[in-house]
Structures are given as C-alpha cells and as structure tokens.
Design a protein around this ligand. Sequence first.
Ligand code: C2E
Ligand code: MG
Ligand code: MG
Length: 569
Amino acid sequence: MKSRILDIEAKHEHDFRRTILVVDDEPVNLRIMGKILDGEYDIIYSESGEEALEEIKNHGEFLSLILLDLYMKGIHGYEVLEHLQKDEKMKNVPVIVLTSDKAAEVESLERGAVDFLSKPFDRPQVIKARIKRAIELSIDRHIIKNTGVDSLTGLLTKQFLFQYAGEYDRFHPNQGVDAIVVNFTKFHLINELYGRNYGDKILCAMADGLRKAARDCGGVASRVDADMFYLYIEHQEEYDDLVKDIKAPVEMIMKPSDVRIRIGIYQDIYRTATLYQRFDRAVVACNSQSKFVPVAPYTMYDNTMHEQELYEARLLENIDAAFKEYQFRLVFQPKYDITEDKPRLCSAEVLVRWQHPKFGNVRPDFFIPLFEENGLIKELDRYVWTEAARQIRRWKDMYNITIPVSVNVSRVDIFDPDLIDFLQGIVDANDLEPQDIHLEITETAYTDSSSQILNVARMLQEKGFKLEMDDFGKGYSSLNMLTSLPIDALKLDMAFINDIAEGNREMKMVEFIISIGKFLGVPVVAEGVENEEQYRLLKKAGCDIIQGYYFSKPVLASDFGLIIEKENL
Ligand code: C2E
Ligand code: MG
Ligand code: MG
C-alpha cells in the first residue's frame, strides 16, 4: 500500500507540527532536548513526574510523544508509565524513556515504552530520527487499528480527515485554510456503463490527483463516501493549477467531455467557521454546480450562498406552525383527454402551495428539494395525499363522478416502509378505489435507485394504484429498463413542450417519446401546454392527455368544481 505511506509522509513533512512532552528533573537535560527538537516540534516541559501527570491531564490529547526520565525526585518514571497505560486515551501515545541505566531499558520496554534514549544524549540526528520514527509508527498503528485509510484509494477516511484537520487547526491558529469538496456528477452512470472495475479505476485516479494537490498545498485528502472527496489545505491564492492537478489523472483515462467533476471551495482566511461548517459550505458550493452547464472548473462558496442558506433556515424555522396554521394549500390542475374530437376532462394533478407568513408565496420547486433533504417531505406529502383523497370523495358526492387525482411521490417516500399501507389507508377511509389515485414518480428516481423503486412500484401496481412517470425524458432510462418497469403513463418533461414547432428537433423528440408510449402500451401525458399551437402539434403527434395553462392553471378545489360543472353542461 504505497499510497498510504505517501499520505502519512506528506503529512509529517509538511503540515503538522507535533507536540512533545519532555519530562526530566534536570533542567539542563530539558534545555539540551529543547535545543535538539526546537523548530520541528512544539515542546512542553515538565520538571517532575507529578507535573507531567498534570500536563497529561490537561493537554494529553495534543501530545504526539512523551520523552520520560526515569529517576526523578518525586514519583518515578515507571509510575508515570503505569498511569499512561491505564488511561484509554493516553495509552497509544508513544513514550521514549531517557535513562543512563542500561538495566532499566528492558524493563521500560516491558512496561509499555516504545524506545529508549541513553544518557548522556547521543548525536542530535540520531535522537531526531528515533523520535520521528516513533511518532510515525504510532500514527500508522493507530490508523491501521481504526481503519483510518480507505482501502480502495489509500486516502484517509472522513473520520481521520476531521481528526487531522482538527489537530492542524489547533496548532496553526492563524493559518488561513481551504475546505474543498470534489465529486462526480452521475458517477453511478460510469459504473453502469463501463462496469465497477472501471469505476474503481476512476476513483483511484481521482485519489491520485487529490494526493498530489494535498502534498503541494500542505494538507490532507480523504474519500468520505462513494464518489465524494474532501481536501483540507492551507489557504491558496488561486486554484487553477490545483484544479488541473486534481483532474489530470482522471482525464488521462477518460475524455474530459465524458466526466463531469464538480469542485466546491470554501475559504476560511480568518478562521471564523468550524471545521464542519467549512466542509458543509464547500458541499453547498459543489452542489450548486449541477445547475450550470457547462460546469465551471470550480465554485467558490460566496455570500449569496450564505444568504440562501440563512433564508432556508428561516423558512424552516416554524415548520410545525406551518402545518397547524394550514399554510400549505392544495391546488388542482385539470388534465384533458385529447384522443377524441373534443377534449374531455379526465383527471387532475394536485400541487402544493406554501403561503408563508413572512416570505409570502414560496415556490414548490424551491421548498420541495429542501423538504426532501431534511425528511419533512414525508409529512407534507402525506398531508397532500390525504387531502387529495378527501377531495376526490367530495367531488364524487357532489357531482357523482370520479376525478382521479395524480399526487406527486417524492423519491424519499419510496423508501418509506409504510408507503403502501398509508395509501391504502386513505383510499379505504374515503371509500375510494386505488385506481382513483395516480402516483407521479419522477423519472430520475427510477434511474437513481432502480432496484428499490422497482419492488415498491410493482407492489403499488398490484394493489391497483396507477403509476405515472413524471418528467420523462430528463433522466436516462434505457428502453430495456422501461419495458421492465411497471408504469401506466409517461409524462413528458415540460422542457420538450416549450420549444416545439412543426418539424423541429424538440418536436421529433416528442414524437419519439410518443412512439415509446405506444410501444409500451401506455398513454403519454404532455404538461406545460400553454397555447393553441402546442396543443395542435401534440394532438397531431398522437399525444393522449394534456395538462397546462392552455386549459387551466392549477386552481383551488372550489374553482375546480366550476370546471367540473362546465364540463357536465
Ligand atoms: P411537476 O409534478 O412536474 O408539476 C408540474 C408543474 O408545472 C407545476 O409547477 C405546475 O404548476 C406547472 N405547470 C403546469 N402547467 C404549466 C404551464 O402551462 N406552463 C408552465 N410554465 N408551468 C406549468 P409547481 O406547482 O410549481 O410544482 C413544481 C414541482 O414541485 C412539481 O413538478 C413537483 O415535482 C413538485 N411538487 C409540487 N407539489 C408537490 C407535492 O405535493 N409533493 C411533492 N413531492 N412534490 C410536489
Ligand atoms: Mg407531477
Ligand atoms: Mg412533471
């Protein structure tokens, strides 16, 4: 494991000044040792065993090594050793015994010392080399014991990165630092398309790039999760070379156009944030990149992102009140069957609206992803589904017709083990049929977690619920996958509809998707249809169902009642 050793060495040479406790009751010995080690280590001096124990009690966790005299006034060095051995936190800190008594050497080793230095002291280089080696060995041991190294790439694990970085911070309180987060977009696709071995090769290449960057910039690199890497380095003035270094090994294997590497940077020049905040912010910067195509070489965490985070936090501050005070309201948008001459109201999609007391109308495409991140989505969706089911019942009672309602099912809901029981519960409570509720699941949920979703989707379909694949065309479903998926309708991503015109590329795409729908034997729904021309083109192309402002915006249930009445005139 060459790489592991490289990392550790880079760390020792460059970035961390370690702390050594020297214990000796002869001030002259302390001075000599101080002279030898000065400049390379931070040194704490103790003139007795008692003082040493006090230091260990107060600063034990900062110590990388203890140099311990045996024969001292007051307590004996052995007693200090014994104390250290009993202390869970301290027993891994290496101790080198200082003695002129040959006989004591062996006994010291037996009592837990890792090495000894004979008095009078040897040449400084020898002493320094033995001290360095003792520290390295102890770190290596510690790392191996705690599996602090990622077995695939040889980089540190996340836990170790944080431990090292924390230590670094303590000893370099004035050094500006940069937290950098690097990951791939859609790494699972690399695995799927080229196989896992190839995926592993790419990850190792990424690790090589990061290792070089860490060495050059005085820092450490870590693989924290599948394709997510952290780099913690001294603050840099510019990042172009660093970014090139990071990407170079991967780009040697893959065409730069085939990989998308995202890099987010948080600079903390004045050391105002905690270690965790630094990386959280670098993650925010990194994630913000997916929205921009082509991807910038890197993104810096900036004030706008900070403001955005604060806004998000304030938005979610009183979330309990939001439910209690009915700040969430449902709107319904009609869907029309256009397969016959006259469009016919056939169903509706329910969409949620948030009227926030401080921030006004908050857009769902803003808060839904937030809710998905922090788990609130489950509660919100259950609320929306429950209300939607009640509404279907009310319309049945009022107009004696069934308007099936599509609800949006977040990808997070799919992992909820009670999902099916819950849905069945609201169906039963309102005396409905499962097919009255359609479940819209976004295409990317299928492609991101296909096996889980496949099972859940099958069970839902067996129960009689109708499944619509939302935002179709945005993800990367293969035809092969589509034929094995339980779906009852394809819902075209709105982006296609926006720009359709007779014979253009978007129109051809739409026609192609409609033919996929025909092949699978399921209707194709087009949403976001805003005008007569789009309606005409879609009808001509054989699209089955249409939803959009052309017919109606999403409206409150009461207004939807008017639409039903008009339909039945
Ligand atoms: P979606 O499920 O694809 O919903 C369609 C979106 O298109 C809705 O936006 C709708 O208002 C909008 N829309 C409909 N017709 C037109 C049109 O002709 N032109 C234009 N420009 N837009 C049109 P909305 O309500 O803002 O919802 C955005 C997304 O938020 C939804 O996309 C859905 O993914 C999510 N969402 C909304 N409500 C819920 C919910 O209750 N639960 C979950 N999990 N997600 C929801
Ligand atoms: Mg939808
Ligand atoms: Mg949609």
